[in-house]
Design a protein around this ligand. Sequence first.
Ligand code: ASP
Length: 342
Amino acid sequence: MKRVLLIYTGGTIGMMQEAESGTLSPVDFAELGQYIPELNQIEAEIDTVAFEKPLDSSNMDLSHWQNLAAIIEQNYHQYDGFVVLHGSDTMAFTAAALSFMLNGLSKAVVITGSQLPIGRVRTDGKENVITAIEIAAAYRGERAMVPEVCIYFEYQLYRGNRTFKYNAEQFQAFRSPNYPVLAEAGVHIKYNENAIRQIRSESFFVDDRMDNRIAVLTLFPGISRHIVEAALSVKDNKLVIVRTFGSGNAMSHSWFLDALQQAHDNGLILINLSQCRAGAVQQGRYATSRGLDKAGLISAGDMVLEAAIAKSMHLLGVGHSGENFKKLFQANLRGEITEWRQ
Ligand code: ASP
């Protein structure tokens, strides 16, 4: 029997409604486990470990990602796969961060949660947890079926660093617009083997260094010069992700391009990432993006914002800068970017 470690961090899946206020807040795992008696019937040996204080995922920060990576590292050789129970709000950020922290992964790390608490009759949590465990325990011979950090939600398995939460209402809460699903659960779990990353012959290790000296600047028509200049001149900040329009376009006003150029010359790393959730940045395709190219912006290609944030923190944390940072940011490190689409 395969061994799976279930790591409970919090999220709606483990929340209960407070009687007086009706507010949802997380409960501990012992209470949560009672609602999934089916765990005893799964053909896998399951152990659980829980965060000391379960979290609404809006409160996740770098220290929690590092804690998760440490739990996986400490238990890596004792288990065949890992399932992380996590709030859906920032699940895609955690998935992306873990994908960069875990090097040489040859086992599945499946992150899941739910839109309705596990104690509710119509909960989506049970199916999500049960199937996530099955996927984490799925092997063909010696090889894990999905040796990746992934998100399982509502019958779909996604590559973690390709997803974002797009729906706060429907059970199907995630999307991966630029990369196919890794598996679909129906009567059987159908694995999309061509899309799943191959195990490389590297050995597993964790590098959890992350630098959060980054900012995100979302452009909009009419944005003031004051806001742009302020965002580009934050003391000690190292990198700004500029969320541009369409295929990576922005205003051609000289004050705007000059501000970018100046920031670039002062050593700030600038990333061009589109506000469109599908497709890719193609810097230089339109005249309105050629200026960005000249000002030294680095194209984020078809990465999602969540992955671009985690990758920026990771590369800065490891100490990359200049041309080296640019080369690695545009390279496909964990399946997060399609290199030919840049
Ligand atoms: N606020 C919750 C969280 O992210 C939402 C959820 O779990 O779906 O922790």
